[in-house]
Design a protein around this ligand. Structure first.
Ligand code: DUC
Ligand code: ZN
Ligand code: ZN
Length: 478
């Protein structure tokens, strides 16, 4: 029997810290050896001229999420994980969203049923807490953190999701006591409602006014407030989908004070602007997401946040709806305002090519930073490292093989997602993942889907090493 099931031969292997040319030997789904001339295997992949990178981890995606009456998300687990695999990802982290009145266990049961047997790549769920009842805070959440759901998201805006400051503090406090990490959607709910009402009253209802209704100040204020509330409770927080320099500077300020505040940004804040929402008819709806894309200065500021380490993770915030569809971006008749356009854009397949091309190829970040931002830091932040997020002996063989010279013009017709459009249509990129390997098995090989929908596993996670250790007994005040 050959010593390895698979050898990836002669590629440039890069991790978050090193780049070496060597073979990767894989056995039983794990990396078994790194070296030269590893001998024979049942399957040998020639990777000369290619990059061999840890598979992408996208710690912020939405699949099959209930999205309001009459609205249907464009990706279920099958199409979402297929699209992710074609984009060089080996693990995604979607959100299991609690509905008001629902128990977290019931929400998880439903969400697992949607994923079971329908995932090409591995998954691990975050929880969204929309109804922090005493039962949820006192019993369910602590038990679920112990079960490996070690991160949860809270919203400061959205009807049905927004938590007030008291509720935020209560959730933060449970995170502090259990050693969990809280992700925060930071936008000021009342300010958005006020601006939306004013805009609608003056017939400014086109999709572009979505951006006007949630300007930078709305995000900056909520970001600072989330940080201050987290400081009161001494809990680590991840501010997700940061869109601009003013919000980013709140995070940098907190970090300079030694607070455990982390940041995430996304492709839409690097390559789109508010002007994209100003399309003919409803075309601008293709770009409606929250926070909205801003301006050139904000793009430069988000790059600075990536380059200088204010942001630890770069995620897609893939939240897909179809465009040409009343169950998607073309809202049903009678609903005439941007207020009704579902928030979110697709991007799980294009996240890595955009960061590679705009970041590594254009010299803004190194290849090792790329690996950290797209994979390793996600695994570390969310309690999956070292099993995931790197290439080292003993880790899961989750690998993306890239053709760094392949040029492409992004087109929805070439993608493998459920949505009928991409907000990045026409963007030229250099570098594309050609083969994606999950626990030693090819899911995509030379651009063709070869994996099984049953291969993906859901993973329980350790507590984040960045979370403070669990402290029973509640908040020490005074
Ligand atoms: N927040 C997200 O995280 N995703 C999509 C929409 C939103 O507001
Ligand atoms: Zn959000
Ligand atoms: Zn999101």
């Amino acid at each position: 029997m050959p010593p390895f099931d698979m050898i990836i031969r002669g590629g440039r292997v890069a991790t978050a810290s090193d780049t070496v040319t060597c073979d990767v030997g894989i056995r039983d789904g794990r990396v078994a050896a790194l070296g030269r001339d590893l001998g024979t295997a049942d399957d040998v992949i020639d990777a000369k001229g290619r990059l061999v990178l840890p598979g992408g981890i996208d710690s912020h995606v939405h699949f099959a999420q209930p999205s309001g009456p009459g609205i249907v998300m464009a990706d279920d687990f099958e199409s979402g994980t297929r699209s992710a695999a074609h984009g060089g990802n080996t693990l995604v982290m979607p959100f299991c969203c609690q509905e008001k009145g629902q128990s977290l266990r019931a929400a998880l049961k439903d969400y697992h049923a949607k994923a079971a047997g329908k995932s090409y790549i591995d998954t691990s769920f975050h929880l969204v807490i929309s109804d922090p009842t005493p039962q949820v805070l006192g019993q369910e959440l602590p038990a679920l953190v112990d079960d490996g759901y070690t991160s949860f998201k809270v919203f400061m805006t959205y009807e049905g999701l927004a938590l007030n400051d008291m509720q935020l503090l209560e959730v933060f406090s449970v995170a502090r006591e259990t050693g969990a990490l809280v992700m925060v959607h930071a936008e000021n709910y009342d300010a958005i409602r006020f601006l939306t009402t004013r805009l609608e009253a003056s017939q400014r209802t086109a999709p572009k006014y979505h951006a006007t209704s949630r300007p930078i100040a709305v995000e900056r204020e909520a970001t600072h407030r989330a940080i201050s509330l987290a400081q009161l409770v001494d809990v680590p927080v991840m501010i997700v989908h940061v869109s601009n320099g003013e919000a980013m500077e709140q995070i940098r300020w907190a970090q300079s004070k030694g607070l455990k505040v982390f940041g995430e940004t996304c492709p839409q804040y690097l390559v789109l602007t508010e002007a994209d929402l100003d399309g003919l008819n409803m075309e601008g709806a293709k770009y409606v997401c929250s926070p909205p894309p801003r301006d050139k200065q904000s793009q430069a500021d988000c790059w600075r946040g990536l380059e200088t380490g204010v942001f630890q993770v770069f995620s897609s915030d893939h939240c897909p709806f179809r465009y040409d569809d009343p169950a998607g971006k073309l809202i049903p008749k009678g609903r005439t305002s941007f207020r009704w356009v579902p928030n979110g854009i697709p991007g799980v397949e294009t996240r890595l090519p955009i960061l590679f091309s705009e970041g590594v190829v254009k010299g803004r970040i190194t290849l090792n930073q790329f690996v950290a931002l797209s994979s390793t830091n996600h695994a570390k932040m969310y309690g999956l490292h070292p099993r995931k997020g790197t290439i080292a002996v003993g880790c899961d063989a989750d690998i993306a093989i890239w053709d760094p010279a392949r040029t492409a013009r992004i087109a929805a017709a070439d993608l493998h997602q459920g949505s009928d459009y991409t907000p990045y249509e026409g963007l030229e990129v250099t570098g594309w993942p050609v083969t994606t390997i999950v626990r030693g098995r090819c899911v995509v090989r030379d651009g063709r889907l070869v994996g099984a929908m049953t291969h993906g596993q859901h993973l329980a996670r350790d507590r984040s090493p960045y979370a403070v250790p669990a402290r029973q007994g509640g908040l020490q005040v005074g």
